[in-house]
Design a protein around this ligand. Sequence first.
Ligand code: MF3
Ligand code: CO
Length: 249
Amino acid sequence: MIICKSPTEVEKLRRSGRMVRQLLGEIRDQVRPGITTLELEKYVAKRLKELGARPAFKGYRGYPCCLCTSINDEVIHGIPSERRTLKGGDILSLDMGVVVDGYYGDSALTVPVGAICESAQRLLKVTEEALELAIDKVRLGNRLGDVSATVQQHAETNGYSVVREFVGHGIGKAMHEEPQIPNFGQSGHGPLLKEGMVFAIEPMVNAGGPAVRVLDDNWTAVTVDGRLSAHFEHMVAVTRNGPDVLTRL
Ligand code: MF3
Ligand code: CO
């Protein structure tokens, strides 16, 4: 069952969503060659304490941190570590979640470390565009397949592939609610979008093939071909006035 949220609940989700986005912005400002991903984690843990918010990821199925930091060929769920020092030319996916007043916020973006090559720039641009185009499909009368198909089409038209093993999700009083939101699918298929549904849409786009595998840490998902992967995520509510992005500042 897809839970529809009341306007009051949507405002609570916006509060959580904006907090995540604010913190992601603060982390992004600290990303530079020479910093370790553990330093980013420590910063976020401190800020969450100051803000009185609970990290959504820490303890979730045993995940050890507040933040996911996935570098280059790492797709998602990279674990912050003092052994991972960022270097110029890397791309870094930052994914985090919070719980405020019982409602979840979840968002992600991929940022350059120093100067990055043109092909990496293009991957980030196309992945973010895929998310924005998908957000524009979050309208009454559309179907969930319209959202999924849009991500896939934009990625594949540009010569990239989408990951199949990980998906977006409904979000509310739980981080993962129905429905699952794959980054591939057929337009005109799937559930009809109704007022008050809230989706975390999260394209994961690979520069090479779609295949991924999980490392021995049981978390980090990497591309099998070792090529780059990018990830962006926003929370979007269905309203009669079109898409309402709850993670927009
Ligand atoms: N954005 C991811 C998701 O929606 C983050 C989960 S990371 C985890 O599933 F550590 F919490 F698992
Ligand atoms: Co998510």
